[in-house]
Design a protein around this ligand. Structure first.
Ligand code: SF4
Length: 454
């Protein structure tokens, strides 16, 4: 009944470690990497890599994924109902849209409808790590003030038995941190953080998740559910980034990381939020220092507050920097962020934006083999090989649709022979002209070699 962390500490290589190595090495043929299996085991044993894999989900349909700096940066998509829009089918559509464009994990943040049924149905069809924020269910049909230790343990245990692979647990926000948010622009924007702050103020007591942390560790270890230590005090505005409240909570998350790992639990740590570009490197480095290099799971981060409707872009900019400087796991942000509940199209756009950020970060940090796909696409582009060009793209569906439309504009329906597009037109197509130049250079070099040998 040992956890992945405990197995790795004994020096053994689990089936899940083998699977992660294989998946990383062959990942849909997109990458060309050789990740050493012993290195994955060692990173796991050191708490720098996690494989969130509830034993029950593993028995059902889970294909485990690894999250850590030696691996490619992974992307999570949040889905879930609200009290305003609530349909299981709608959430399944969102999950499928996310998986279709390469989401590596799914979090169900449902707050409306029959939460158990929604979670069950999603899990049944979810082949990737699946996370939840259990406190959302704890306040279903009751006031947050009425939560007690019995309810907390019951909900956690129930979701564990359903097969959830990672739990966001906001155990790091403490009563003594609350005065630190007084001067903030945006206060507490994390739903879990806000609920727990309300509970602490009402009861004038410490965060119950902090006080019960050892009990939570026992349950999570039993099922090998990975902690995702929530940042209840994450900044929700650029003006609040890297403030005393955020750093104070991070220090508590560091303490909890050690405690959970001591008890054999896998741990990742959640991070901000809204962070100006120039503070991202510091945020990545300080988390590593304080949290024993546990994988950092960041929401965005969004690098500006002025782009509602485009926050998948502001977060992809921050996500690229985060992936470059130290994050292992990016939580996507959709264009609907701050505006409304996303639909399947928003989910798709959000995942694509985060996948671009993750990949760009991996290319920039020189992760072995990840740029092979870029080169393959560049060669296809240079050769006007549209078929490969489109197939190798991150979102072939969108690329194909756009290219078809462009071909129609130039009156060419035969995609394979098209040697320019509507962007520059035939005479100005530098790719086509380049082909002619290269042919010309080759011809010239051949002639000169011929003359020299004569
Ligand atoms: S026409 Fe312009 S955009 Fe289109 S393939 Fe040629 S160089 Fe590229």
């Amino acid at each position: 009944m040992a956890t992945q962390l405990q197995i790795a500490r004994t020096g053994m290589i689990s089936e899940e470690v083998k699977f992660v190595a294989e998946a990383e090495n062959t990942a849909t043929g997109a990458f060309n990497r050789r990740v050493d299996i012993e290195l994955i085991r060692d990173e796991l044993a050191g708490g720098r890599l996690v494989i969130p894999a509830n034993k029950l989900h593993l028995k059902a349909n889970l294909k485990p994924a690894g999250i850590g700096r030696i691996l490619t940066t992974k992307v999570n998509a949040n889905i879930g109902t609200s009290s305003i829009r609530c349909s299981v089918e709608g959430e399944i559509d969102k999950m499928k849209a996310a998986l279709d464009v390469g989401a590596d994990a799914i979090m169900d943040l449902s707050t409306g409808g029959d939460l158990d049924q929604i979670r069950d149905e999603l899990l049944t069809q979810c082949p990737v790590p699946f996370g939840t924020v259990p406190i959302y269910e704890m306040i279903k049909d009751r006031n947050v003030e009425d939560i007690d230790s019995k309810i907390i343990l019951e909900i956690i245990e129930k979701q564990a038995k359903q097969g959830v692979d990672f739990f966001t647990i906001h155990a790091g926000v403490l009563k003594e941190h609350l005065p630190l948010i007084e001067n903030r622009v945006a206060g507490i924007v994390s739903r879990g953080g806000a609920l727990l702050a309300k509970w602490m103020l009402y009861h004038n007591r410490q965060n119950p998740l902090y006080e019960m942390f050892d009990d939570l560790c026992d349950i999570l270890a039993e099922y090998d559910i990975c902690f995702s230590l929530g940042d209840g005090l994450r900044p929700g505005a650029i003006a609040d980034a890297t403030d005393d409240a955020q750093i104070a909570e991070l220090k508590t998350l560091g303490e909890l990381t050690f405690r959970a790992q001591e008890k054999g639990c896998q741990v990742m740590v959640e991070g901000p939020g809204h962070v100006p570009f120039d503070q991202i490197q510091y945020n990545m480095e300080i988390q590593k220092k304080i949290c024993n290099s546990a994988p950092f799971y960041v929401l965005g981060p969004l690098v500006t507050d002025i782009a509602p409707g485009y926050d998948h872009i502001t977060s992809a900019i921050g996500g690229t920097a985060a992936a470059f400087y130290g994050a292992s796991f990016l939580c996507y942000v959709t264009p609907k962020e701050h505006l409304g509940l996303p639909d399947a199209d928003d989910v798709r756009a959000g995942v694509i934006a985060s996948k671009i950020a993750a990949h760009a970060g991996d290319v920039a940090r020189g992760l072995e083999g990840v740029a092979v796909r870029d080169k393959k696409l560049s060669i296809a582009r240079t050769n006007l090989d549209w078929k490969t060009h489109l197939a190798e793209s991150l979102d072939p569906q969108t690329a194909e649709r756009m290219h078809h439309q462009a071909c129609k504009e130039i009156g060419d329906e035969d995609l394979s022979s098209t040697d320019y597009c509507s962007m520059c037109g035939k005479a100005w197509c530098s790719v086509r002209i380049n082909k002619e130049i290269r042919d010309g250079i080759r011809k010239m070099v051949r002639q000169e070699n011929c003359e020299i040998s004569l």
